[in-house]
Design a protein around this ligand. Structure first.
Ligand code: T46
Length: 143
């Protein structure tokens, strides 16, 4: 049984992926509904990231995602409006599950970083919340 790490941000989790290694190298895999709690509708990846670049800085109304560092490393700060947590991703055999209504910021990308994202929905700009106050309101923390 795989043991996943608890993260104090609503429905977010560090997921330890299967890794099958032999003298030819390592192989990891991800199955919808088995290792991640959604069907994969889209895959995208971020690469050639300039030094000190920030990505993300938004939340999603419905979208759930699994983020993996395929190469190099980077940090992801998660914020559900109440709790914050920073994860450092540096292994292709670990994923960070990010639920909907979680503000995320990706930064500290290493020179060779490749960020792979498995997403529960196709791209839809209307699903984005790009203003932090709007995010707090949607998450139920409006002042
Ligand atoms: C997230 C982080 C980790 C598309 O046309 N299709 C796509 O599937 C995506 C993801 C983006 N785009 C377009 C929309 C923008 O014109 O590509 C451009 C850059 O997208 P964005 O500024 O949203 O990229 P990031 O790296 O800030 O955020 C992305 C995801 O959008 C977001 O869901 O969690 O990666």
């Amino acid at each position: 049984m795989l043991v996943n790490d608890y993260i104090p941000v609503t429905h977010c989790q560090r997921i330890i992926l299967p890794k099958i290694g032999d003298n030819r190298g390592d192989l990891s895999f991800i199955e919808s509904g088995n290792h991640i709690p959604f069907s994969i509708e889209r895959i995208y990846y971020i690469y050639n990231i300039p030094d000190k670049q920030l990505r993300g800085a938004h939340a999603h109304r419905e979208l759930k995602q699994l983020i993996i560092s395929l190469s190099g490393s980077f940090c992801v700060q998660l914020d559900d409006g109440k709790n914050k947590h920073t994860a450092h991703l540096d292994s292709p055999s670990e994923g960070l599950l990010i639920s909907n209504l979680v503000w995320r910021e990706l930064y500290n990308f290493s020179e060779n970083a490749i960020c792979l994202v498995l997403a529960s929905h196709k791209y839809d700009e209307s699903d984005y919340i790009r203003n932090y106050s709007d995010f707090l309101e949607a998450a139920g923390f409006a002042s």
